[in-house]
Design a protein around this ligand. Structure first.
Ligand SMILES: Nc1ncnc2c1ncn2[C@@H]1O[C@H](COP(=O)(O)OP(=O)(O)O)[C@@H](O)[C@H]1O
Ligand SMILES: [Mg+2]
Length: 313
């Protein structure tokens, strides 16, 4: 475990490193490389049954199954654009999407988020705003330190980047309020890229409240009430436990780069994974390989079986 199995990119000639068994399985055609054990009648070879997880023996069996099944099955890498078609589908119906990116630091979330932002601009006439709370470079768009600065210099294009000043932090609630008002007062669609949603929350609770005396969180409200108003949310996070529940429960598509341990437990709890998906996530490359070789991820859909594919942009 820990290493990505020999892979090839679907639609391109088979790589020389592909084991004979995978190469024989399907030439250059798109193929399903793994069938969730939750699905009856899967075409895969071994282990078609769902392991019992309710007792200690079940957990041991699940771990053993992870070790022997999924890496062997996830032997193709599909173009990331294919996953995007699924994730951005709500735009075609005039709705906003909620898309989550979860993965270890350096695994490829921001790289992919830039691609999503570009694709959003191509498919939709709305604005893209990046809540760049970590202050990273590499985002394209007009730069602002806060929402107030927009009044003095309204954007000329459709891409904005909110980056905190070097010694300060970004007021993420202000960004959410801006998006909300854009939709409700100006009927303007937008995508906010929350590059690190952990900066908008503390241990799974929104920073700007979320009930009780402090009132309702405006960030949470964008997630729960904004879809039909054309508000799209793309959130990235390194730590699964920092992501508030509303974000999980409103996010239909979750792209996961390498994760281990507690994160996998949370993903299972929130209804995104089964044992084969978990094994594939564990085997993805993270910062243990050079940057140019990173970027493989799985696409999980809440309450649905894993499609058995790896993707990469
Ligand atoms: N699909 C990919 N193709 C090429 N390089 C990638 C890919 N995904 C990630 N990288 C590289 O890996 C490094 C870390 O990616 P980044 O998106 O910043 O990680 P994260 O946001 O998860 O911390 C960057 O140098 C990036 O260019
Ligand atoms: Mg990043």
């Amino acid at each position: 475990m820990g290493e990505l199995p020999a892979v090839r990119v679907v639609g391109q000639p088979a790589a020389r490193s592909v084991p004979a068994s995978s190469a024989a399985a399907g030439g250059n055609q798109v193929q399903s490389v793994g069938v969730s054990p939750a699905l009856p009648g899967g075409t895969g070879g071994q282990a078609r049954t769902v392991p019992t997880l309710s007792r200690a023996g079940g957990r041991a069996e699940a771990r053993a199954q992870q070790a022997r099944v999924a890496p062997a099955r996830a032997s193709c890498i599909f173009p990331g654009a294919r996953a995007l078609d699924v994730c951005l589908a709500p735009l075609a119906a005039g709705e906003g999407f909620r898309l989550g990116f979860l993965g270890d630091p350096g695994s490829g979330k921001s790289f992919a988020a830039r691609i999503v932002a570009r694709e959003y601009l191509r498919r939709c006439r709305g604005l893209v705003a990046v809540a760049n709370s970590k202050g990273e470079s590499g985002w394209s768009g007009e730069k602002y330190t806060d929402v107030a600065a927009l009044r003095d210099a309204p954007p000329k294009g459709r891409e904005l980047v909110f980056t905190p000043p070097p010694t300060g932090s970004l007021d993420v609630a202000e960004v959410a309020l801006w998006q909300w008002q854009l939709a409700t007062a100006h009927r303007c669609r937008s995508l906010v890229v929350w590059d690190e949603l952990g900066d908008a929350a503390v241990d799974g609770e929104w920073l700007d409240g979320g009930g009780g005396e402090r009132g309702v969180s405006i960030i949470g409200r964008c997630f729960t009430h904004g879809r039909r108003l054309g508000m799209s949310e793309l959130w990235g996070a390194q730590f699964a436990h920092q992501v508030p529940r509303e974000a999980y429960e409103t996010t239909s598509c979750l792209c996961v780069w390498r994760q281990a341990g507690n994160a996998l437990r949370i993903l299972r709890l929130r209804g995104y994974t089964d044992v084969t998906a978990e094994a594939a996530i564990l085997a993805l490359p993270g910062d243990d390989v050079p940057p140019a070789k990173r970027g493989a991820f799985v696409l999980l859909r809440r309450g649905r079986p894993w499609d058995g594919h790896l993707y990469r942009f």
